[in-house]
Design a protein around this ligand. Structure first.
Ligand code: ARG
Length: 269
């Protein structure tokens, strides 16, 4: 007897829940309530000022402001996590992250495994040396101990000059520790992205380090947001990024971090 009532109640409850489920499905597919759980997961390596770095426990930088503007434009919520350089590639490849924003250069090799947004920043490499160093250009790096961030295009650029298997190339987990080693008399030079090299010199006058340009031996490259291969996000992010670049918002963010006007024609061509 009791069992029968219980069963009837259970069935009623199940039917009620099912009905409720389907109606909430409807609202979410029309773009409402599920947003909270659908936050885009963005990862970075916050050791690369002025693009992304930690300041009083917060991730800040040019990339962080740009990401925020783009996600607002696209009408998407997101969360940004600092997980480090090597881990961010694994996270995007394994789709634990939806996107990486980390001054990542769009290059041929990476394009085999990942998709990229349209370009948002033009970069080249620079050489950091101690003041008084005999190194004057990239070819002078031959025979020297050179620090790079592991797995960066800076490493590739140095390998081109010194040879890929060269033991004189010291690979660091991030550029902060590479530059620290230079300051402490470990490596004789560090090759990193020009804006990062310039930022370090500007912020650390006491370190007695200077940045050397070499446009003959270091090519231009472009940064992009990085997605898992085949991600649907690219189709939403690209138009939003383009809008941010064309609308003047990009220029505003660029001026905040670099104190001058950007050349946006190079990005949009
Ligand atoms: N642009 C270089 C590359 O893609 C270095 C980027 C390093 N970024 C960082 N957040 N540590 O290889």
């Amino acid at each position: 007897m009791k069992k029968g009532i219980f069963l009837a109640l259970a069935i009623m409850l199940a039917v009620a829940l099912a009905g409720c489920g389907s109606s909430s499905d409807k609202t979410s597919s029309s773009g409402g309530s599920e947003k909270e759980s659908k936050k885009v997961k963005v990862v970075t390596d916050a050791t690369f000022a002025p693009f992304e770095y930690m300041d009083k426990g917060k991730i800040v930088g040019f990339d962080v402001d740009l990401l925020d503007a783009v996600m607002k434009e696209a009408g998407m919520e997101y969360e940004l996590k600092n997980i480090g350089w090597d881990p961010l590639f694994a996270a995007v490849q394994g789709k634990e992250a939806d996107m990486a924003v980390s001054a990542i250069t769009i290059d041929k090799d990476r394009k085999q495994t990942y998709d990229f947004s349209i370009p948002y920043f033009e970069s080249t490499h620079m050489i950091l040396v101690k003041e008084g160093s005999t190194i004057k250009n990239a070819l002078d790096l031959k025979g020297k101990v050179v620090g790079v961030q592991n797995g960066t295009t800076g490493q590739t650029a140095v390998e081109k000059i010194l040879g890929a298997e060269n033991k004189n190339i010291k690979k660091f987990e991030n550029s902060v520790v590479a530059i620290m080693d230079l300051v402490n008399g470990g490596v004789e030079a560090v090759v990193t992205d020009n804006a990062v090299a310039n930022e370090y010199v500007k912020n650390n006058p006491d370190a007695k380090v200077k940045a050397i340009e070499d446009r003959k031996n270091f090519e231009s490259e472009f940064y992009g947001f990085m997605f898992p291969k085949g991600s649907e996000l690219k189709a939403k992010i690209d138009p939003a990024l383009k809008k941010v670049i064309e609308s003047g918002k990009y220029t505003e963010i660029y001026k905040k971090w670099f104190g001058k006007e950007p050349n946006i024609d190079n990005l949009l061509k």
